[in-house]
Design a protein around this ligand. Sequence first.
Ligand code: DC
Length: 230
Amino acid sequence: MKKITIAVDGFSSTGKSTLAKQLAKALGYVYVDTGAMYRAITLFAMQEGFISEKSEDIRSLVETLSTIDLKFKYNEALGFSEMYLNGKNVEKEIRSLEVSKNVSRIAELEEVRKKLVNLQKVMGKEKGIVMDGRDIGTVVFPDAELKIFMTASPEKRAYRRYKELLDRGDKVVYEDILENVQKRDYIDSHREFSPLKKADDAIEFDNSDMGLKEQFERIHNYALRVIEKE
Ligand code: DC
């Protein structure tokens, strides 16, 4: 059967990665979490002291971008790929609230977007890929055969993220998360380069009141129909 490209875009914490992972597994496709790439560059900028709550030195970050090596390595036990920054597994660190607070500032830099979009295009050259992010259906793969745009209310999304961080042992306050979700929505959809927006040919999917199983079944069936037609 012919392989296709599936782009999953949408606001933060809409469950894009859960859905994209499930779809990739069911179809035998590769899954790529592009948010992890923006998060890894943000972590690098924080570790190097290029960005903090009080200051930023974007120029130094841009000058050292070529030294940053990003790789996904498949973890057999977990069943998905983990992010490596310059050879080190950073999967846990990139999911912290600190990184979430800084990532939109990094993701709006043109040079960062250029570097990551190029890498993403190479990863998807062979098709048979499910990629999630913000600009996959609009910029990275405008010709993707299936584009899904996910939405849910900010409160529902903040609550999901809050539970996720609590479950992994982080001490967090719901109101801080909600504020972070709303701030990121604003920056992500108003930035100059590749703002978050639904591609004209994407299917919009609001999962505010939908369980994971129902959501997966509906989209999986739809994907199978698209693949059959190819
Ligand atoms: O999906 P996520 O929450 O892990 O993404 C982290 C941030 O990276 C998010 O605030 C927006 C940005 N991002 C982006 O600008 N473009 C992408 N393709 C993926 C993520």
